[in-house]
Write a protein that binds this ligand. Structure first.
Ligand SMILES: [Cu+2]
Length: 280
């Protein structure tokens, strides 16, 4: 049981890595297969293929051929026993794939089914302070479903959720913060320099305050179909509005109006928190 326990520990540590901390994911070549065949990584992570026997290639695509249309290709043989490839924000932006799924194959053994995938998760950040009972308890037992990754329930019976996409790079900021599952009311997107109560949050209105410290208001939006985003056309980029520099960690949250009689006498609730580590 020693080896499986260790493998589980490594996996757990890998999943617990903070956003922005690039990690290396190993894939073994065993016989005519890649193990694990399918891996999921974050933007900026590196996949490292390790050779064990015979001569193979690691070639992006689905056509089985090395013909110049691949985003990367490398031999994986006795002379090239290891091949590492980093899925940088620039590479992902220049070589988009549906769902972030990069198929690859071994050219000599394509017909034998020697193929794999790398799924690149483009969410640049990490949620925290969920209103699902895993953090501070919601004020009126209005917890959202465990694992929903959202805030405490509002009067509609949904938990406001904040997520992100794009690249958290101060020199090429394409971050879009997206709030969903809220009433069609006003929603303030704000940034804090700290996590409230070490990330557990504190009761505030009908929900939890998660982002704290020195606060910058990014902008107020009006939800349509329960959602909104920051920035939209005409808004400053998140890192500009938030005065973020390379290397800083910032925390985000949506504070939205929920005027219906529900939970406390307050007329507002909040999403979960969302953390970004800004890169150069
Ligand atoms: Cu092969």
């Amino acid at each position: 049981m020693r080896i499986p326990s260790f493998a589980l520990l490594v996996l757990t540590l890998g999943l617990a890595a903070a956003p922005g901390q690039a990690s290396i994911v190993d894939v073994a070549q065993s016989g005519f297969g890649f193990t694990p065949q399918n891996v999921t990584i974050q933007v900026g992570d590196t996949v490292r293929w390790n050779w064990s026997s015979f001569a193979h290639t690691v070639t992006e695509g689905t056509d089985g051929l090395i013909n110049g249309n691949e985003a990367w290709t490398s031999p994986l043989d006795v002379l090239n026993p290891q091949f590492s490839f980093t899925f940088t924000p620039a590479f992902v932006a220049a070589n988009p794939r549906p769902g972030g799924v990069y198929d690859y194959f071994c050219s000599p053994h394509f017909l034998a089914g020697m193929r794999g995938t790398v799924t690149v998760n483009s969410d640049p950040g990490l949620g925290f302070c969920f209103g699902d009972g895993s953090a501070t308890a919601c004020p009126c037992a209005n917890s959202s479903a465990p694992g929903a990754g959202a805030g405490c329930l509002n009067s509609l019976g949904t938990g406001g959720k904040l997520a992100g996409s794009g690249s958290a790079s101060v020199s090429n900021d394409t971050v879009v913060l997206s709030g969903t599952a809220m009433p069609n009311s006003s929603a303030l997107y704000f940034q804090g320099t700290a996590q409230q109560a070490a990330g557990l949050g504190a009761v505030f209105g009908d929900g939890l305050r998660c982002a704290a410290g020195s606060v910058i208001r990014l902008g107020t939006k009006t939800n349509v179909s329960g959602g909104s985003t920051y920035p939209v056309v005409g808004d400053l980029a998140v890192s500009v509005k938030g005065a973020c520099t390379a290397g800083v960690t910032r925390h985000y949250q949506v504070w939205y109006r929920n005027a219906a009689a529900f939970c406390t006498a307050s007329t507002f609730n909040l999403s979960n928190g969302y953390t970004l580590v800004w890169q150069a």
